[in-house]
Design a protein around this ligand. Structure first.
Ligand SMILES: [Zn+2]
Length: 229
């Protein structure tokens, strides 16, 4: 049951027929795990917290320039900044070295937003959805990988390397990463609300300078090292 304060906080999205009071309660019960080492994921974290996702787990590794700026601009820990953004949102932090049994770990979450092979493979082992996003000067890419649908393509079936967006010396406009971060959070929220979202095993490919996008089906690869059947 939503409190009066929560009804006021989320009023603009509660009045959407796709959300409603029940959808908002669902979001507050939801658990999302986010890998935090890119601007895309830090942007997504803010949108998820603002939308009222009840529990957000954050795996930290190398901080991005934006994360460092957030840290420098606040007297408080950046995770406290997120918690302050929405007191309904419980933030749980993990160091990367804590992921000793990653598939057991990701089982505690409804969906994972990350860019590492480790978490991607763990989602397939735990039959969880994994949302991948990357951005470069030429293109951005967002893919919904479904660990519970082995007949669909996974990230390893593609030519995309999770390391692309971790190369912080490459040319990039931060606004592109924020744009893709908003898309990433939107896909996660649609998944949590069981609304139509990016189809399983498909991807959105954006031409970065104009941010026009096309949807494409990713074919399952026979050379993929993951077990698909
Ligand atoms: Zn695969």
């Amino acid at each position: 049951m939503l409190s009066d304060e929560q009804i006021e906080r989320y009023s603009r999205q509660i009045i959407l027929p796709q959300v409603g009071g029940k959808g908002q309660e669902q979001l507050l019960r939801s658990r999302v795990l986010v890998n935090s080492n890119s601007t895309i994921h830090i942007a997504a974290l803010h949108y998820l917290a603002a939308a009222g996702v009840g529990t957000i787990g954050i795996v930290t590794s190398a901080p991005s320039p934006l994360w460092a700026a957030l840290e420098a601009s606040s007297s408080q820990d950046p995770f406290q900044v997120l918690a302050r953004l929405n007191p309904d949102c419980k933030i749980i932090m993990y160091a990367e070295k804590e992921l000793r049994s990653p598939h057991q770990f990701v089982k505690n979450y409804d969906i994972v937003l990350a860019d590492t092979d480790l978490l991607h493979d763990a989602c397939w082992a735990a039959k969880r959805s994994f949302l991948y996003a990357s951005v470069s000067a030429e293109e951005a890419y967002l893919m919904h990988c479904c660990g519970d649908a082995p007949e669909t393509a996974c990230l390893r079936c593609t030519s995309f390397s999770p390391t692309v967006q971790q190369q912080t010396d490459k040319p990039l406009m931060e606004i592109w990463a924020l744009f893709i971060g908003a898309h990433l959070a939107t896909e996660a929220i649609k998944h949590l609300l069981a609304l139509p979202c990016l189809a399983r095993g498909t991807a959105l490919r954006f031409q970065t300078p104009i941010l026009g996008c096309i949807e494409e089906t990713v074919e399952k690869s026979n050379n993929c090292i993951l077990f698909h059947e």
